[in-house]
Design a protein around this ligand. Structure first.
Ligand SMILES: [Zn+2]
Length: 218
């Protein structure tokens, strides 16, 4: 954690389901973190931001390759290999009591399954924001009930096309989140010490075995 002087400002957790809302084809992975931060800053001011990309980082059609993971990590985005978002979200909530902001970036199916959780978090004092890849991300009744407290929504592509320079023009932008990234695999209860440590784990037999067991049950 950095920025002692920021301790009293509201924290923001960006929870990005990279499996259901992947990086658009041809988009520079290096820009994802800085663009999210830039869009957030232009809308919602300061305060520490943590961006976490969570999802199936291996054994999935949308799994990002090593180069993409490296670029995300070097721009300050934490990486979690997990089959579902909920338990890790609860872990964060436990460590970060309200008031705090949660920006969920996910596909429509995942949004639907998390709607009740978001409703609960909203009633507990968290401010909920959403981004998703297409319009009509959830049935109307969900918007009228469990998602009624959502503060603001973005389309994923418009969040990413916020105007700013590229990483190559200004390398400092790669660390804009102000947090050091972390790397973990929920499936194997593994926390890595470095990016290399993490990718070694993702390629390990232990990880492949854990994935194969989980896949038998989903
Ligand atoms: Zn693993």
């Amino acid at each position: 954690m950095q920025g002692v002087e920021e301790e009293e400002e509201e924290k923001t957790l960006v929870w990005w389901d990279i499996s259901s809302c992947p990086i658009p084809t041809g988009y520079d992975p290096c820009l994802v973190g800085p663009r999210i931060v830039s869009a957030w800053r232009s809308y919602r001011m300061s305060g520490p931001i943590t961006i976490t990309a969570i999802g199936r980082l291996t054994h999935h059609p949308n799994a990002p390759d090593n180069d993409v993971l490296r670029k995300l990590s070097s721009s300050g985005i934490s990486l979690i290999h997990a089959n579902e978002l909920q338990s890790d979200l609860f872990d964060w909530v436990e460590l970060n009591p309200p008031p705090a902001n949660i920006l969920l970036i996910s596909g429509p199916k995942e949004l639907e399954s998390l709607a009740r959780t978001l409703y609960r978090l909203d009633s507990e004092g968290y401010t909920i924001f959403l981004a998703y890849p297409q319009r009509e991300p959830a049935p109307a009744w969900l918007w009228k009930s469990f998602l009624s407290g959502v503060y603001k929504e973005w389309l994923w592509t418009s969040l990413l096309t916020d105007e700013m320079g590229s990483c190559s023009e200004d390398e400092d932008k790669c660390s804009q989140t102000g947090e050091s990234p972390t790397w973990s695999c929920t499936l194997c209860a593994f926390s890595a010490q470095s990016f290399e440590d993490f990718t070694t784990h993702l390629k390990s037999k232990q990880h492949a075995h854990a994935v194969s067991i989980i896949y038998q049950y989903i």
